[in-house]
Design a protein around this ligand. Structure first.
Ligand code: PLP
Length: 398
């Protein structure tokens, strides 16, 4: 770590390149890809820093040190996917422990908690974490962790991280935060008192829809040791080629996310003016629920927004007429990605559950990429026009 107080945008570039990594002193500006599973030990009874690449690899190490530096934590760990990182964090718990979990967590996390943790006798309760009273009253004597996702998917609900941390500390619990949507550029949960930060680096951190990767950062060295032990035991490490690609992706995170966020804000404001759209969810809109909390704990509003069309035919017409965004799951890439949560990420959820969470058939989520804002807005306008034409004022197809 340097004596200078570099800003994150600078660290994105230099955390992985500011020092010479190789003993060969080549001056290469990019990190070498160490394709080696094993390492020669120079002495019979004194081993070097690396012995086997599941336990440690120099390329992966640079990525792990980089994310630790960016999040301001003691230890960073790189996993084969976001879910591998999240699963590893839950393995910090023991049989008999209880986890209190934000009710609108990512679908894969929901599946892990509901289908897997029970087998190991780890209990859970889902709770509305935007409500600190409700959260507080759901804490049990055996609760060990409060698990937060903010803003959440797909309605961008805001949880007060410091409020949750306060509750956790008062009850001897850990706080885990999935920081995928904000990235270290906009939100630093460890600074707000959280213990473990988790990322699907598949999204904004890598940024090009090319790799699947996960990262975890711990506040303390002790938790870092425990998580590293789990990583090595389960073996769900990130491969070196992907580690290299993720290091390169992180370098442009500042430029990418700030431009995408600026465009997302323009689009959110633009969509909000349409009468066909009953709701726009974007943390940067002053009337968004939790706006003051988000503004306090985050430095930006991000590149994700959701909006509600009246019904499925309208959403279908919109999707079939949009030209630029790809229609796909995932988010956080250079290309804009449009998805329909009801039929994609939340398809497995019973309709009643879905609707109770605001995930109606007409809800669409947009991850804004790096296309020119005016082109995206023009495209959205023509797709909305097409969606409107098939419909009368009550939103029913003619
Ligand atoms: C995608 C995602 C995950 C899961 O990450 P993978 O890399 O797909 O395993 C977890 N949390 C959030 C918020 C996500 O968007």
């Amino acid at each position: 770590m340097s004596a200078y107080n570099d800003r994150l945008e600078t660290k994105f570039i230099h955390s992985s390149t500011s020092h010479d990594h190789t003993e060969h002193n080549t001056g290469a500006v990019n990190v070498p890809i160490y394709l080696s599973s094993t390492y020669h030990q120079k002495n019979f009874d004194q081993f070097g820093p690396y012995d086997y690449s599941r336990s440690g690899n120099p390329t992966r190490q640079i990525l792990e040190d980089t994310i630790a530096d960016l999040e301001g934590g003691q230890r960073g760990l790189a996993f084969a996917s976001g879910m591998a990182a999240i699963s590893a964090a839950f393995m910090l718990l023991s049989a008999g422990d209880h986890a209190l979990v934000s009710k609108d967590v990512y679908g894969g996390t929901y599946r892990l908690i509901t289908e897997m943790l029970g087998k190991y006798n780890i209990e859970h309760t889902f709770v509305n974490m935007t409500d600190l009273h409700e959260t507080s009253s759901a804490i049990q004597p055996n609760t060990r962790v409060l698990y937060v996702e903010t803003p959440s998917n797909p309605c961008l609900n805001i949880t007060d991280i410091e409020g949750i941390v306060k509750l956790a500390k008062a009850n001897d619990c850990l706080t885990f935060v999935d920081n995928t949507f904000m990235t270290p550029l906009y939100q630093n949960p460890l600074q707000l008192g959280a213990d473990v930060v988790l990322h699907s680096a598949t999204k904004f951190l890598s940024g090009h829809s090319d790799i699947i990767a996960g990262l975890a950062v711990t506040k303390t060295e002790e938790l870092g040791e425990q998580l590293a032990f789990i990583q090595n035991s389960f073996g769900s490490i990130l491969g070196v080629q992907d580690a290299y690609q993720l290091i390169q992706g992180i370098k442009t995170l500042g430029a990418r996310l700030s431009q995408s966020s600026e465009t997302a804000e323009k689009i959110a404001v633009h969509l909000n003016a349409y009468s066909l759209i009953s709701e726009v969810y974007y943390p940067g809109l002053s009337f968004h629920d939790g706006y003051p909390i988000h503004a306090r704990q985050s430095k930006g509003s991000g590149a994700l927004l959701s909006f509600r069309l009246p019904n499925k035919p309208a959403a279908k017409a919109f999707v079939e007429n949009i030209r630029l965004p790809v229609f796909a799951v995932s988010l956080g890439a250079v290309e804009s990605i449009l998805s329909c949560p009801a039929t994609m990420s939340h398809a497995a959820m019973p309709e009643k559950e879905r609707e109770a969470r605001g995930i109606t058939d007409g809800l669409l989520r947009l991850s804004v990429g790096l296309e020119h804002a005016d082109d995206l807005i023009q495209d959205i306008d023509q797709a909305l026009e097409a969606a409107t034409q098939g419909m009368n004022t009550k939103g029913i197809l003619l």
